[in-house]
Write a protein that binds this ligand. Sequence first.
Ligand code: LR7
Ligand code: MN
Length: 461
Amino acid sequence: MRRIRANAILILTVAWILGTFYYLWQDSRPSSSSSSSSGSQLKNHGRLEERTLPLIVTRAPKLEQQGQLLGQFDQKAFLSSKQLKAGEDPYREHAFNLQESDRLGSERTIRDTRHYRCSSMTFDPDLPPTSIIITFHNEARSTLLRTIKSVLMRSPPHLIQEIILVDDFSSDPEDCRLLSQIPKVHCLRNERREGLIRSRVRGASAASASILTFLDSHCEVNTDWLQPMIQRVKEDHTRVVSPIIDVISLDNFAYLAASADLRGGERSHCFTTQTHLFYLTPVIAGGIFVMDKGWFNRLGQYDTHMDIWGGENFELSFRVWMCGGSLEILPCSRVGHVFRKRHPYDFPEGNALTYIKNTRRAAEVWMDEYKQYYYAARPSAQGKAFGSIADRLALRRKLNCNSFRWYLENVYPELKIPEQDAAYSLLKQGGLCLESHGTDSLGLAECKSTPSIPASQVCDN
Ligand code: LR7
Ligand code: MN
């Protein structure tokens, strides 16, 4: 009798140990370094942790599929005819390590950086297709081709209506011509340098799908990046949605997961709708987003008097919110981007003047009496030319948009005003701030000031 009892206890103990192991294994399966055990219930808490799937990678398509992906396009010839010469500085031309990028070739597997629960999301079977718009000026061939191939490889084919490249008067017209040989890819070449803002408007006008997707020319999209964004825009065409932007190292091209808490402007609201999780954000980084084409046009596309680079993301962000739309970041959508420390291309009017012109236009049209904080943060902008804004003011009246005060009170109540650094924090892109480097250059750098919102407030409603 005693022996039976001892056996029973032994069996129960073993079962309990096995059960505990199984439970722990289940819970930590996708996790490499989970710090909290309570916050993992995405459905209950709406909070994402940095849990990733180290063993599951996004697979490259098999060789036979590649032929179909690229059609007549000869990628070997395309890449090999323009490689770094021995002894050349690999950073000189593109402000990233070209040698490393070329070494990677036209594609690679990358880690699926999403929260593991994202992989069980479901989407409408009848999502509408999108036109992908990529503008580029003297982009490296290997990064540009990886951007295009990642889209073709990691998107459901029926969702890609076309990829529209806009070659912003790059030195070598062959890039544009050759890439057009890839099925679904069209390339429009500007006859003069226009800058990314007018180039995007040109691409958007040529798009035949009802949904527009903008990408920089040195990105790699990750697993199932597109469906969450198209789903949200399909449900409400006034939503403008962005992915979480992962970092591709400019030195070794490692693909690094960004924190799921990183969002434009520090807005701290996170919501779940059954399975679809999103953050509202006051500002988007600006390069990677999905927007309904009709809504893009109705809202006035972009301010086409802005040149080359900069400021258009603030202008678009203010306009979307103030004129009846919303901005979201979707943590289940991930896209990698090569962040650089300097611009590798020239600004015909100079870097600083161009940036001031663009941001002055945004401030003058949209910021009302709060533009004083912009000028306080950037005194050198006073008196600099910014052209006529009559058309944009007329657009604002026609669309009957809300005031900037409304935007601050309703979209960004966390922003402290009128502190001296208020405008400074308005000019932030995620964790990056605008900084001046010397007299004639502006760039994005890690913010020196700490954000005004404590991290603990992030996304725990
Ligand atoms: O004259 C130009 N013509 C162009 O077509 C200058 C640039 N470009 C292209 C360029 O090839 C690239 O594809 O425009 C794109 C953006 O230029 P980058 O990559 O040199 O600059 P960036 O990465 O700093 O760009 C960020 O800020 C810009 C401000 O105008 C735009 O909003 C970009 O879209 C934006 N990029 C992103 O948001 C990507 C994610 C970064 C984050 C967070
Ligand atoms: Mn970029």
